[in-house]
Design a protein around this ligand. Sequence first.
Ligand code: HPA
Length: 271
Amino acid sequence: MIGPEAEAAAAAIRAANDLPYSVGLILGSGLGALAEAVSDPLRIPYEDLAGFPASGVSSHRGELIAGRLEGVPVVVLAGRSHYYESGNAAAMRVPVATLKALGCDTLIATNAAGSLRTHVGPGDLMLITDHINFAGADPLIGEPGEARFVGMTGAYDESLRAALFGAAEREGIALASGVYMWFSGPSFETPAEIRLARTVGADAVGMSTVPEVILGRFFGLRVAAVSTITNLAAGMTGAELSHEETKQIGPLGAVKLERILRRFLRDRGLR
Ligand code: HPA
């Protein structure tokens, strides 16, 4: 189920930098700086890895970085391909499979999102506790066999969530939590859609992450995900939403998220 492309990518990575990899990180908008912190990094552009997506969104790089972060062997996927780029919900299948092939047991995904709660605003962080797949696409469509019927009840791992909350607390950084609702994008939501989202229990909305979480569960990884809030959702302020805003505000939360993730890894390394 891992597939030949991911096996080949993993073999190439092991040949150049053979570490006991344990954590995979997917970096979303404005989070690229964390990739720079990886020590003794092996860097491979996605275009040099068969089956990896050509990531085309500005502010997203497409590069795999394998090395250590806070002493922990990590594989960083800097840049993701979104469903809205190609209509292919499985665009990140090979990268996520590569994490599994390299021995990772944990996947932490990050993204930028709009908040539905005024007290969780731009620059704040939200740990995802559950999601609503409103885009209706699924990366496992067409997957053969019984394994595709992946349970999603415990998709966002409870012990990882506790560890991330603990890391945030020790860093003195507020970490909200809530339900993430996936809209396909690339157009932003309408105010009416945000009212719908609120009614069905969403706390934040965004255009990514859900496919990777499903893939992560499919490959048996423990999964956690954190949103950096870049804006209040459509209709909550007078302002029109823009990708420019996502790019500008993203780094505000990213600085805090980087501290939480480093602390999380440091504490994990000590176990
Ligand atoms: N909607 C969808 N995706 C987003 C948003 C939003 O308001 N902000 C950042 N990514």
